[in-house]
Design a protein around this ligand. Structure first.
Ligand SMILES: [Zn+2]
Length: 279
């Protein structure tokens, strides 16, 4: 555990990955080189909805995120998650390329970095919060916050409910990412339901507006959720969507209760976006 990383909250991607092993970084570089080659042979989808998903826009990722928003704007149109779900549920043909940007977990850098850049770009996004972490303080809740990541030495600052209200007032959507960032498959049905319902009730009480969208923590089918069990449970709790961590475009006929998303880091180059937004 490095002292510097636990003393103050992480504000840069550079510090966020400072504890990664040499092997992890070497693998990342090899993968990056492969994607650069493969991207040259691909062209973006002709039609469909892509759900890029981020966790953070750190201070040193602002420039990259602004560039990515420009790149996406040149490829298609930004739509809200309400519109994306309505398009999927209508079962009408989806002509054109659309981006519904999403964020998971609830970090403070959404309010300080991501939202201002989204507003500048005229884009909206859906932000999925772990309600048990919203309103925590890095002084009083240090142990809980250090537990958020397995490494145990990454101190992340989370949003306040005032931040969430300001984001919603600015046109962003706040959705649920459970109360405790759980693996749903490790819980019995009553506990999984409580995570879905409790987080929804808290968001609705704090924001004074409906919370219609649910994003499954970790998001892997048969590892972190099972289908149709957990999407069905979310539907019964009143959610209109269930978002996963599996990649791919959403086209006509795809279910809003099994939304595929493309994980993106704000520092990635355009060739990486081009690669992942192609199929
Ligand atoms: Zn998460």
């Amino acid at each position: 555990m490095t002292l510097q990383r636990t003393l103050s909250p992480i504000r840069t991607y550079r510090n966020f990955i400072a504890g990664q092993s040499v092997l992890t970084r070497a693998r990342g570089l090899a993968r990056d080189a492969a994607i650069r080659l493969l991207a040259a042979g691909r062209s973006p989808d002709k039609a469909g909805i892509r759900f890029p998903y981020y966790h953070h826009v750190f201070d040193d990722e602002r420039g990259g995120f602004a560039r990515q928003l420009k790149t996406m704007a040149s490829m298609g149109d930004f739509i809200s998650i309400d519109d994306a779900v309505a398009m999927l549920d209508s079962n009408a043909p989806i002509d054109g390329r659309y981006f519904c940007i999403t964020f998971d977990d609830g970090f403070k850098n959404w309010a300080t970095n991501a939202v201002p850049l989204l507003l500048d770009a005229g884009a909206m996004a859906a932000f999925f919060v772990v309600t048990g972490c919203i309103g925590t303080s890095i002084e009083d809740d240090r142990d809980k916050l250090l537990d958020f990541y397995e490494q145990g030495d990454l101190l992340m600052e989370f949003l306040s409910w005032d931040d969430c209200r300001a984001m919603a007032d600015g046109g962003m959507t706040i959705g649920s990412h459970t109360i405790n960032h759980v693996h749903l498959t490790e819980l019995d049905d009553a506990a999984a339901q409580a995570e879905m319902q409790g987080s929804k009730q808290t968001i609705e009480a704090e924001l004074g507006r409906a919370c219609d969208h649910f994003c499954c923590p970790f998001g892997r089918e048969n590892v972190d959720f099972t289908a149709p069990h957990h999407p069905g449970m979310a539907a019964r709790a009143g959610y209109k969507s269930f978002l996963t961590g599996h990649r791919g475009a959403m086209r006509r006929g795809a279910s809003s209760m099994m939304i595929r998303r493309d994980h993106v880091l704000a520092g990635w180059g355009d060739y990486q976006l081009k690669y992942f937004f192609s199929s």
